[in-house]
Design a protein around this ligand. Structure first.
Ligand code: GLN
Length: 569
C-alpha cells in the first residue's frame, strides 16, 4: 500500500493523520517548491514567475502560491516603505507584491487561494480548534500545522486543475518563521512520491571586490541548511552579479548532490524581462519537465510576443522623464506596480520612461521652487498614499500640471488631491481639503466613504478589490478605454469625492468620466481643455500587464511624449 493511501484514510488514531481534500489524487498535480538560501531579496518571485511563464507557454496550467512567514493576517497593515508595495487582488486581498509579479508574468488574475501568511494559517487552525475539529487531540506543529499547509496546496491544485502548483516560500532557509513551511514541503514530497515534487533553491554567490573572484562557501552552507531540513534540492540557481563560474557551479554540485547540469547561473541581466529568455536558453524549464516527468503533457508553444516585448524595451525610439511624488528612500518597491505599468506602457509606445522622484515636503517648505521641481519633466504622477505628509506640495504639483498643460495622472490619493486643488483654485472654495488631512476643514470635498466611519480596526476593511466602473460616453476615458462603457478596476481607499460638492465641481468644468454603477462614488475625473489630466480613484497599475499595458497609462505616455516634443527646452 502506498504511503498516500495510508494517509488518505484520514484517521486521527495513527500518526499518518493528514486532512486530504475530497477528490484529490496524487500525481495529477506536480509541485515546484522554491526556497532561498544565504539571504533574502534574491528575486524568488521574478525567478518563479519567469519559470512559470515558460512552463505556461508549453500549455501547462500553473497555479502559483506564496507562503509568507509573518504573523500578519494579510499585507494590508504592512508599511510599504519597509515591505514593499501592498498589492491588491480582484477579490480584495491585500498581499505581497510578488503576487503582482505572478499576475503580470502569467497574465492571470489571482485570488486569496494564491497567498498564505502564518497569521492566516494560524487563524484557521485556531478556529478549527475552537470548533472542536481536532477531536480532543493536542494540536501540534506536526501533523496539524504542516497538515493545514499541505491542505492549502492540495486544495489549490484541485480548484485550479493545475498541472503544476508553484510554491514560493518567503524568507530564507534557516528562519524560524518558515521552518514549518519547509517541514510541510518535506512531508509533501514524501507523500506525493518521487517525480511529483521538484525542489528549486536560489542561493547567492559572493564576489567580494577585494578578492575579485566568486566564492561559493556561503551558498554551500545555505544549501546544507536545506539538506538538514530533509530536503534535497533538484535544481540550484546561483544568483550572482556575473555569470557563475564553472568552478563555483562544480563546487556547489559536489557539496549538494545536485548534478552539475542542474546547477544554473542566474546572474544579473539588463532587464528583468530578459530573465525568461535567458532561463529558456539555459534549458531550466526542460530540466523541470524532466524531473517531474511532464513531457507527455506539454504542447508546442511560443514566447514570441514576449521576445518582441523585450526588443521594444531594449530599443526605444524616444525618452521621457516622468515625475512621481513620493518619499526618496526605498521608492522602488513601494511603488512597484506604478513603475511596472510605466514600463509596460513605455514598451507599448516604444518610449523609455525615466522616473524622477519629487519630495513634496521640499516644495511645501520652499526649499525647491515648483518651477525647478518640474523642470525637464514630461508628465507627473501623484500616486496613492495615506496621511498628511507632503499633501500641500502634491497640490502645488497638480496646480502646476493643470495650469501648464503638463500631462497629469492622479492615482487614488492623486485623484483626491486633484479634486482638492480644483475646488480651491478653480471653484474658489477656500479651505477645501480632504478630511483625512484636516478633519474639520471648511469644505470637505473629500470625505469618508459610507460604512468606513464606524470601523474601529485597520485590517482588510477599506473599499478593496475589483469593482465595475461605468464610463461616461464621449469622454477622454471612454476613448482611451476603446469606447467601452464598463470596465473593472481595483480599489483600496477609505475616502471619496464628497457627493454634495459634485455639482459645484462639475459646474466649474471638472468632468467625472467614471462612476460606480450602483453608488454615487466618483471614480475617474478629467479636464476637457487639457492634453491629459486624469485622476482615478482606483489603481490602474494593478491590472497592467507587460503584454497588455493599461490604456490610461498608454494615453499618459503618449501625451507626455507629445508634451516633451512641444516643450521649449
Ligand atoms: N488615503 C486615501 C484613502 O484612503 C487614498 C488611498 C490610496 O491612495 N490608496 O481614500
Amino acid at each position: 500500500m502506498s504511503i498516500f493511501s495510508k494517509i488518505a484514510k484520514k484517521s486521527d488514531e495513527h500518526e499518518f493523520f493528514v486532512d486530504i481534500p475530497e477528490g484529490y489524487s496524487p500525481g495529477k498535480t506536480k509541485y515546484i517548491i522554491t526556497t532561498g538560501t544565504v539571504m533574502s531579496g534574491l528575486g524568488k518571485g521574478i525567478f518563479n514567475s519567469s519559470l512559470a511563464q515558460l512552463l505556461q507557454a508549453k500549455g501547462l496550467t500553473i497555479a502559483p502560491i506564496k507562503l509568507e512567514g509573518y504573523l500578519n493576517v494579510d499585507s494590508g497593515t504592512l508599511n510599504p516603505f519597509r515591505h514593499g508595495e501592498v498589492f491588491v487582488l480582484d477579490d480584495g486581498l491585500e498581499c505581497d507584491m510578488d503576487l503582482g509579479t505572478y499576475e503580470r508574468f502569467l497574465n492571470l488574475d489571482l485570488s486569496k487561494d494564491n497567498f498564505m501568511t502564518a497569521g492566516r494559517l494560524f487563524t484557521r487552525i485556531l478556529d478549527k480548534e475552537r470548533k472542536g475539529k481536532y477531536l480532543g487531540r493536542d494540536v501540534q506543529f506536526v501533523p496539524h500545522v504542516t497538515g493545514e499547509i499541505k491542505r492549502v496546496l492540495r486544495s489549490l491544485a484541485l480548484r485550479k486543475k493545475a498541472d503544476i502548483v508553484l510554491v514560493e516560500i518567503g524568507g530564507t532557509v534557516g528562519d524560524i518563521e518558515n521552518s514549518y513551511y519547509l517541514e510541510a514541503m518535506r512531508e509533501l514530497s514524501y507523500e506525493e512520491g518521487p517525480d511529483n515534487v521538484c525542489f528549486v533553491t536560489l542561493t547567492y554567490i559572493l564576489e567580494p571586490g577585494f578578492l575579485g573572484e566568486q566564492k561559493s562557501k556561503a551558498a554551500q552552507l545555505g544549501i546544507k541548511n536545506l539538506l538538514t531540513a530533509g530536503i534535497q534540492p533538484h535544481i540550484i540557481a546561483c544568483r550572482c552579479e556575473n555569470p557563475a563560474s564553472e568552478k563555483v557551479r562544480e563546487k556547489i554540485s559536489v557539496f549538494s548532490n545536485v548534478p552539475f547540469n542542474r546547477v544554473f547561473s542566474s546572474h544579473d541581466v539588463k532587464s528583468i524581462y530578459l530573465i525568461p529568455l535567458s532561463m529558456k536558453e539555459a534549458k531550466l524549464d526542460e530540466a523541470v519537465i524532466d524531473i517531474l516527468g511532464l513531457k507527455h503533457r506539454i504542447k508546442k508553444g511560443s514566447i514570441k510576443r514576449w521576445e518582441e516585448l523585450v526588443q521594444n524595451i531594449l530599443n526605444p525610439e524616444g525618452e521621457i522623464t516622468i515625475g512621481i511624488t513620493g518619499k526618496y528612500t526605498w521608492l522602488r518597491d513601494s511603488y512597484a506596480s506604478i513603475i511596472k505599468a510605466l514600463e509596460h506602457a513605455g514598451a507599448h509606445c516604444r518610449t523609455k520612461v525615466k522616473i524622477r522622484w519629487i519630495e513634496t515636503t521640499d516644495i511645501e517648505s520652499n526649499k525647491i521652487p515648483i518651477e525647478d521641481a518640474m523642470k525637464g519633466l514630461s508628465g507627473i504622477i501623484v500616486p496613492g498614499g495615506f496621511g498628511k505628509r507632503g499633501t500641500e506640495g502634491k497640490i502645488s504639483c497638480i496646480r502646476y500640471a493643470r495650469e501648464n498643460k503638463m500631462p497629469y495622472l492622479g492615482l487614488c490619493l492623486g485623484f483626491q488631491m486633484a479634486v482638492v486643488e480644483y475646488a480651491r483654485n478653480v471653484c474658489g472654495l477656500e479651505g477645501a481639503n480632504t478630511i483625512e488631512v484636516e478633519a474639520d476643514c471648511k469644505h470637505p470635498v473629500i470625505a469618508i466613504l459610507p460604512g468606513q466611519a464606524d470601523l474601529k480596526s485597520l485590517g482588510g476593511n477599506m473599499r478593496l478589490g475589483g469593482h465595475d466602473v461605468e464610463i461616461i460616453k464621449d469622454t477622454r476615458a471612454w476613448e482611451l478605454y476603446g469606447k467601452r462603457l464598463s470596465v473593472r478596476e481595483r480599489f483600496r481607499h477609505r475616502y471619496e469625492c464628497n457627493p454634495p460638492y459634485i455639482e459645484t465641481l462639475e459646474k466649474h468644468g471638472l468632468v467625472f468620466s467614471g462612476k460606480a454603477p450602483d453608488q454615487q462614488i466618483m471614480q475617474i475625473l478629467e479636464l476637457k481643455d487639457h492634453p491629459f489630466f486624469i485622476g482615478t480613484q482606483f489603481h490602474p497599475e494593478f491590472t497592467s500587464k507587460p503584454l497588455s499595458s493599461h490604456p490610461l497609462y498608454d494615453g499618459f505616455i503618449r501625451a507626455a511624449s507629445a508634451f516633451s516634443t512641444s516643450r521649449p527646452s
